[in-house]
Design a protein around this ligand. Sequence first.
Ligand code: DX5
Ligand code: ZN
Length: 223
Amino acid sequence: MATKDYIIAPSILSADFARLGEEVNSVLEAGADWVHFDVMDNHYVPNLTIGPMVCQSLRDYGITAPIDVHLMVEPVDQLIQSFSKAGATYITFHPEASDDVDRSLDLIKDSGCKAGLVLNPDIPIEVLDGFLDKLDMILLMSVFPGFGGQEFIDSVLEKVTKMRSIINENSLETRLEIDGGIKLKNIKEVADAGADTFVSGSAIFGEPDYSEIIRKMRDSLKA
Ligand code: DX5
Ligand code: ZN
């Protein structure tokens, strides 16, 4: 895969929320491609984060980069509509959080956003059977959702490899995203397994120099 096709999507969960607009600008100026926007509802996951108003605020602040909204909420349909109005680019959700996955995917597509499904580490990829042709993105979680700063679960690598073969065998355009515990030390291995879109929160926002860490990640992807 050409390195330009790799997407780095910093998770703003680890940004300084008191200065969110500035933080998002800084990380994009530092070379990030997308903004990964983690939505947690204190129901599907125990944590509580940010909603559509904050997405709209980032757009109003002048952020034009793709916003990759990862819904860790249940149910999903209402928030899909709110986030599409608030300027989301991608909207992904966990299939077990919708009572009709097809309908929720259609809602995303009909609103003009790109759609994706997210699989937790213990959910098999067979769950995606029947939905593949509707998906612009498949997000494989490499931690259990809810918190930033967790350790990458190595057994997910095998799932990434399997998913990449299915995508290639079916000549799908679907992006394969990985989320959780992505750092400079493992990004290359995950890319070699077949991921092309990398969410990274604490490993980027925890560094004093965002440009340096993103450049090192890209260099490692090129190696
Ligand atoms: C976990 C979130 C992730 C997480 C990534 O529930 O979906 O996006 O914040 O953070 P790091 O890179 O710190 O694991
Ligand atoms: Zn996420």
